[in-house]
Design a protein around this ligand. Structure first.
Ligand code: BTN
Length: 263
């Protein structure tokens, strides 16, 4: 075991000028700490990172398993000038940043399940939880929480998660320096976030459609109470999922959970 997270070399963290790093050994959730800091206008690009989380949060109120020494659990604070309905763009940019980083570091077979689960085969390697402070129609801040299972061995994954989660190490048989994984993700996120900020989301949309590995797959999505089945066509200009349903109609899904994918 080591103190890689507490002793991070900040020069590895390529975000924005003045951005700060807030390292912790243990917090309930880095997103919660980051949300609190964001209300105090901590510089954009600052990150909160913790060796472990006691109540790591997943999407849809789920728990995110965040043990010490094996993963990356961090949250990036940004202040984009977007409308609440554009937050999907940030979500897509974050997922794509993580997927590209993991691929670049040599993990094969990685794909992105909309909106931002990074998968290897049918197991999840990383997830993103975007939370925003919104007042009326104004987005005051956005916290992009990223969890990556980096160096977990098989015996370090709880029995009940063995069928649904994996790690970078398990997927390619070697250990990774978490600081390098973090640096690679942040480098990508900076680039893609700047595209969102400069109103060029279409560039991200095209990358996603080319690289995610999700286009053309047959899926079932639960959107509210409705189940939509069909073939993934791509993304809309706002980051919604476009599916050609079984009647040949193009449906745009904003919020939902992809419940089945034929890989
Ligand atoms: C998901 O796929 O369900 C989202 C998982 C997000 C986990 C990360 S770990 C860092 C940050 N802090 C949290 O409490 N959650 C996110």
């Amino acid at each position: 075991m080591n103190d890689e997270i507490m002793n991070l070399d900040y020069s590895l963290i390529p975000m924005f000028n003045n951005a700060k790093v807030f390292p912790f050994h243990s917090v309930d959730s880095t997103n919660e700490v980051a949300k609190e800091l964001a209300t105090r206008f901590i510089p954009e690009g600052s990150i909160v990172i913790s060796e472990m989380q006691l109540s790591g949060k997943g999407r849809r109120g789920r728990v995110w398993y965040s043990p010490p020494y094996r993963g990356l659990w961090f949250s990036v604070i940004i202040y984009p000038s977007v409308f609440p309905q554009e937050l999907g763009k940030i979500t897509i940019a974050a997922g794509l940043s993580v997927m590209r980083a993991i691929r670049k570091l040599g993990v094969d077979g990685v794909w992105l399940k909309w909106p931002n689960d990074v998968m290897v085969g049918d197991k999840k390697l990383s997830g993103v939880l975007v939370e925003a402070g919104i007042e009326y129609d104004i987005v005051n801040y956005v916290v992009v929480g990223i969890g990556v299972n980096v160096n977990h061995g098989r015996d370090e994954i709880p029995q009940e998660l063995l069928n649904i989660m994996t790690s970078m190490r398990l997927s390619c048989g070697k250990e990774f320096l978490r600081a390098i994984v973090l640096s690679e993700i942040l480098k990508n996120f900076r680039e893609l976030y700047l595209l969102v900020r400069s109103k060029r989301f279409h560039v991200i949309r095209e990358m996603w459609e080319k690289e995610s590995g999700f286009v053309g797959k047959r899926v079932e999505v639960l959107s509210g109470n409705e189940k939509v089945s069909g073939i993934v066509e791509g993304l809309s200009d706002e980051g919604g999922l476009l599916i050609k349903d079984d009647n040949g109609l193009i449906r745009e899904i904003w919020m939902g959970e992809v419940s089945k994918v034929r890989v």
